[in-house]
Design a protein around this ligand. Structure first.
Ligand SMILES: Cc1cc2nc3c(=O)[nH]c(=O)nc-3n(C[C@H](O)[C@H](O)[C@H](O)COP(=O)(O)OP(=O)(O)OC[C@H]3O[C@@H](n4cnc5c(N)ncnc54)[C@H](O)[C@@H]3O)c2cc1C
Length: 421
C-alpha cells in the first residue's frame, strides 16, 4: 500500500454512506493520514453504486438538461417506450426541482455547466488510477471506449450541440458510419446508422465488485466500518458532536455526508436544503444475451446503455421520478430493453435479472461538493446524478483537500451546497 501522502492532524473522520463516492472519499482521507470510519446501514456498494452502467463517462460533458429538452418532454411522457417517467401525483413534490432544471437548460447555463462538469471529468483517471493500482482493481476496468449509436441521420444531427460541447472541451471522439461501427462490433445490425466513438471512456465489468475491492483495501489500511442506519445528529455550539444511529450514537470530529440521494434529508437536518431527486434507473443483466460486445454502447435514440460485464450483458434505462420509495415499473423497463433489438438483432433479453436504484440527481447536473454552510466540520459529497461512478475518486480528493485545510485542486464554487437557496 502507498504510504499516506501527508500526516493530517490527529483527527478522525466519519463518512456517512459506503457507496462508490463514500468509499473513494474514505480511501483518500485515509491516504492523507486520517483515521476514518465508514457508516452504512447496508453492505458497501449495494444502492445506486450496485446497478449503474459501469462507465467512467469522461465524455459526458453536456448536462442532462439541454436547449430543446423541455420542448420534447410532453411527447416523451406520452410515449410508453420512452425512458422518462413523471407521474402527475409527483409534480407537487418536485416542481421546484423541475423549475431549476428548466432554467439550467438554457444555452448560456449549459455552457457554464458543461465547463463545471468537465472540470471534474478531466480528473477522472488521475484520481482513480492510484486507487485502482493500490487496491489491485485494475483488472475490473476495460479501457476500450464507448460507442454512441444513432439510428438516423436526423437524430445524429439533433445531437450536434452535445458533440460541439465535447469537442470544445477536448474530448477525444471519432464519427463512424454504420459500416465502420459494424466492423468494430459485428453484432450490430443495419439499424445502427451513425455513431460516435469516445475512446477515452472505460467501463468496469462489475460496479459492485469495484466498490467492494476498494472497500476491502480501505479496511486493510486500518479503516473501520459501522453497519448502522444514521438517523440524525446531536448538534452542539461547534456543530455535530455525535452522529446518531439506530444503534445509538458516535462522537464525531469531522463528518462527510456521502449518502447518495438520502443525503437530502440528512443535509436538511443540518440546516441546508438541497434540490436533489431520485432519478430512478433500471437494469437487467442477461447472462445468455446472444450478442458479444467489446465496447460499452449507448443506443442514443432509445436511452439504453448496454455494457458487457462479467456476469452478462447489462442493459440499463429509465429516468423515473416518483421518489425513492415509489412503486417500480419493471414492465416498462423491459419493454424498452426489448427495443434494443433494432440495433442488436441477435439480442435476447429473456431470463434477465431485475434491478432499480436512485441516481442522486440535482437539477443542474453537477454534484454538491463543499463545506456545509452552517457547520464547518461537515463536508458534503453527493448529488452526482448520472456520473457518480465517474466522479467518485476526484470527489474524494477534493473532500480530502477541504479536510486537510488546503486549497482544493480546482475551484469548487460551482458545486457549493447553498446554490439552490
Ligand atoms: C441505471 C443507472 C446507470 C448508471 N450509469 C452510470 C455510469 O455508467 N457511470 C457513472 O459514473 N454513473 C452512473 N450512474 C450513476 C451512479 O450509479 C451514481 O451516481 C452513484 O452510484 C452514486 O453513488 P453514491 O455513493 O453517491 O450513492 P449510493 O451508491 O446510492 O450510496 C449511498 C449509500 O448511503 C447509504 N445510506 C443512505 N442513507 C443512509 C443512512 N441514513 N444511514 C446509513 N447509510 C445510509 C446507502 O445504504 C448507500 O450505500 C448510473 C446510475 C443508474 C441508476
Amino acid at each position: 500500500m502507498t504510504p499516506p501522502q501527508e500526516a493530517a492532524e490527529a483527527r478522525t473522520v466519519h463518512v456517512i454512506g459506503a457507496g462508490i463516492v463514500g468509499v473513494c472519499t474514505a480511501l483518500y482521507l485515509q491516504r492523507a493520514g486520517f483515521t476514518v470510519t465508514l457508516i452504512d446501514r447496508d453492505d458497501p456498494g449495494e444502492a445506486a453504486s450496485f446497478g449503474n452502467s459501469g462507465s467512467l463517462g469522461t465524455a459526458s460533458v453536456p448536462p442532462i438538461g439541454m436547449p430543446g429538452t423541455l420542448a420534447k418532454v410532453p411527447k416523451m411522457l406520452f410515449d410508453p417506450l420512452h425512458a422518462l417517467v413523471l407521474p402527475l401525483w409527483y409534480l407537487p413534490r418536485s416542481w421546484r426541482w423541475f423549475l431549476h432544471f428548466s432554467r439550467n437548460s438554457r444555452r448560456s447555463r449549459v455552457e457554464v455547466l458543461a465547463e463545471a462538469r468537465n472540470r471534474l471529468l478531466s480528473h477522472t483517471y488521475d484520481a482513480f488510477d492510484p486507487l485502482f493500482k493500490d487496491a489491485g482493481a485494475e483488472d475490473l476496468m476495460q479501457r476500450v471506449g464507448r460507442l454512441e449509436i444513432y439510428e438516423s441521420e436526423a437524430s445524429f444531427a439533433d445531437a450536434a450541440f452535445g458533440f460541439e460541447l465535447r469537442r470544445r472541451h477536448g474530448v477525444p471522439m471519432s464519427e463512424l458510419s454504420g459500416d465502420e461501427m459494424r466492423e468494430l462490433e459485428p453484432d450490430l445490425g443495419p439499424g445502427a446508422v451513425k455513431g460516435m466513438l469516445y475512446s477515452n471512456v472505460s467501463h468496469t465489468v462489475s460496479p459492485l465488485r469495484l466498490t467492494q475491492v476498494l472497500f476491502q483495501h480501505f479496511m486493510s489500511g486500518g479503516g473501520a466500518f459501522l453497519k448502522e442506519a444514521v438517523t440524525g445528529f446531536d448538534i452542539g455550539a461547534d456543530g455535530p458532536r455525535r452522529v446518531l444511529t439506530e444503534a445509538g450514537g458516535h462522537e464525531v470530529d469531522l463528518v462527510v455526508l456521502a449518502a447518495g440521494v438520502w443525503s437530502r434529508e440528512l443535509a436538511r437536518q443540518l440546516g441546508t436544503r438541497v434540490l436533489m431527486e431520485s432519478e430512478r434507473g433500471y437494469h437487467s443483466v442477461v447472462a445468455d444475451s446472444g450478442v458479444n460486445l467489446k465496447t460499452a454502447i449507448v443506443a442514443a435514440d432509445r436511452n439504453i446503455s448496454i455494457t458487457p460485464m462479467e456476469d452478462g450483458l447489462r442493459l440499463a434505462t429509465m429516468a423515473e421520478f416518483c421518489g425513492v420509495d415509489g412503486r417500480p415499473d419493471y414492465e416498462r423497463a423491459e419493454r424498452i430493453y426489448k427495443t434494443a433489438t433494432a440495433i442488436l438483432p441477435g439480442l435476447k433479453t429473456e431470463g434477465g435479472t431485475r434491478w432499480y436504484g436512485p441516481r442522486p440527481s440535482t437539477p443542474d447536473s453537477i454534484p454538491v461538493i463543499g463545506r456545509s454552510p452552517h457547520h464547518p466540520s461537515v463536508l458534503f459529497a453527493f448529488g452526482h446524478g448520472h456520473l457518480g461512478l465517474t466522479m467518485a475518486a476526484f470527489t474524494g480528493q477534493l473532500i480530502t483537500d477541504l479536510a486537510v485545510g488546503r486549497e482544493p485542486a480546482i475551484d469548487i464554487t460551482p458545486y457549493r451546497p447553498d446554490r439552490f437557496e
